[in-house]
Design a protein around this ligand. Structure first.
Ligand code: IFG
Length: 487
């Protein structure tokens, strides 16, 4: 049964079906890639060859045609299926990559299998014209509480890019562990990045600079920008275990593998603190082609309000000195921020004066409310993994909200976008991460990408059902949420 043209997640901005038209990929199909589309063509072939078993050679008059047209705009695309074939047009290579993601979903679910399937590869006719609502469509992976290897991070990327996600925020440091080697402060990983420094003494270790660069490159090939987070002034026990001079009394604290937060703080009044921060930010920025450096700033309960302000006001210029844009959890708005600073709202209160004040001054906001977008929240009381301090988050709850309505004083034009954090205190494997992320990540991704007016829970839950077979073909673990009539 051929899918409906609009049966895609995120739902496209404009879908004009041509019911009498369809096209079937077969052994005669070839691919024409216009100049500048070669890299995306490789992604297309990698997506289509395994399950179809066809060579899909390049040609000048292929039934599948890839081209660019800047007039469509950034990250936008046009996909036309006619009796003669499929034309994918990108406003830029990223938009063309998103056209490929949409085409994958228009093909039968078997396209996601790794071996040739005996299926009619028919796609429905018509025209899709699509473009993102927000430019920042992110996922965050906490690699500090539980460390995920390079291969696991790449696998997670492969599983989120089908939903047009374009930012990967890596939470690299916390009380339990420090996960990125810093040449000028080698004990950070030598002492606090070892195997078993995760929660419950679990987890492999840390990224060398080459491994981090490998993740960055892999993400970039999929049009995903990496946003590294060095969380401070709180969440720093691991750094202080490695370097006691970063504490008030110079005595190393005990390593911690429990779940408590809010007990550690860098010392705002010590010059060593800023020498440390400057070195770390400089090295992390040098590894990060993307525009953002995330400095955390959350849950600084062990830092006085005055010291917090002193610390943030001294660190923001250190970020600027690296040429990057500072991002921080919304507590950072306790100080007057430089114009390009971005606050990431994460809590569950109905209002937040700091964030609204920052927005009023022109600072952009990334919306990540824990009671909607935190993928580490339990689906329901009986969910084995996850936390529930923000309440439980069903698939419907993850879908049925809008970032422009979330906080008074933070409207559509104040938003940089939306991100779905996955904290890893209770996760011990990639499969654990997948069960918590899927199917709620597609819900948040549709909020980040699709026109608000095009979103509808009944439509989404029907379209979501079709992802089940695709995840099964890919071997992606997911939560078979009872409210979805899985295909
Ligand atoms: N809040 C903490 C995280 C993590 C989370 C788990 C933020 C910004 C609770 N800070 O979310 O470190 O523990 O849901």
């Amino acid at each position: 049964m051929t899918k409906a043209l609009g049966d895609v997640i995120p739902v496209p901005a404009s879908v004009r079906p041509a019911p009498a038209v369809s096209w079937t990929l077969d052994s005669y199909t070839s691919v024409s890639a216009a100049p500048g589309t070669e890299k995306v063509a490789e992604h297309l072939l990698a997506a289509l060859r395994p399950a179809t078993g066809h060579v899909l050679p390049r040609s000048d008059d292929g039934a599948i045609r890839l081209r660019l047209d800047a007039a469509l705009g950034p990250e936008a695309y046009r996909l036309e299926v006619s009796t003669g074939g499929v034309e994918l047009t990108g406003g830029d290579p990223a938009g063309l990559f998103y056209a490929v993601q949409t085409l994958r979903q228009l093909l039968p679910a078997e396209i996601e299998a790794g071996t040739p399937q005996d299926v009619a590869w028919t796609v429905p006719g018509g025209v899709i014209e699509d473009r993102p609502r927000f430019g920042y469509r992110g996922v965050m992976l906490d690699v500090a509480r539980h460390f995920f290897t390079v291969a696991e991070v790449k696998a997670y990327l492969d599983q989120v890019v089908p939903f047009k996600v374009n930012h990967l925020h890596l939470h690299l440091t916390d009380d339990q562990g420090w996960r990125l080697e810093i040449d000028s402060w080698p004990k950070l990983t030598a002492i606090s990045g070892g195997a078993g420094t995760g929660v419950d003494g679990a987890g492999p270790g840390f990224y060398t600079k080459d491994q981090y660069a490998d993740i960055v490159a892999y993400a970039a090939e999929r049009f995903v920008t990496v946003v590294p987070e060095i969380d401070m002034p709180g969440h720093v026990n691991a750094a202080q275990v490695a370097y006691p001079e970063l504490t008030a009394d110079g005595i190393a604290p005990e390593p911690r593998t429990d779940l408590e937060v809010g007990y550690s703080s860098l010392v705002a009044g010590k010059e060593e603190t800023y020498a440390f921060v400057a070195d770390v930010l400089r090295e992390v920025a040098a590894l990060t082609p993307g525009p953002y450096l995330h400095i955390g700033g959350d849950e600084a309960q062990a830092t006085t309000a005055e010291d917090y302000r002193t610390f943030i006001e001294r660190v923001l210029p250190l970020v600027a000195a690296t040429g990057k844009r500072p991002v921080g959890w919304h507590e950072m708005a306790a100080v007057e921020l430089p114009p390009d600073a971005v606050t990431q709202y994460w809590r569950i209160e109905a209002t937040d004066a700091g964030t609204a004040g920052a927005a009023a001054r022109g600072n952009k906001v990334i919306m990540s409310p824990a009671d909607r977008s935190y993928l580490d929240m339990k689906y329901a009381a009986d969910t084995p993994l996850g936390l529930d301090w923000a309440g439980t988050v069903s698939v419907e709850r993850a879908y049925s909200w809008d970032p422009a309505d979330r906080l008074p004083g933070v409207g559509e034009s104040d938003l940089l976008g939306v991100a779905a954090p996955l904290w890893s205190e209770t996760l011990r494997s990639l499969a654990d991460a997948q069960v918590m992320a899927f199917p709620r990540l597609p819900a948040v991704a549709e909020i980040a990408w699709s026109p608000r007016a095009a979103r509808d829970w009944e439509s989404f839950r029907r379209r979501l059902a079709g992802l089940g077979p695709r995840w099964r073909h890919r071997g992606v673990a997911f939560h078979p949420a009872p409210e979805i009539d899985w295909a």
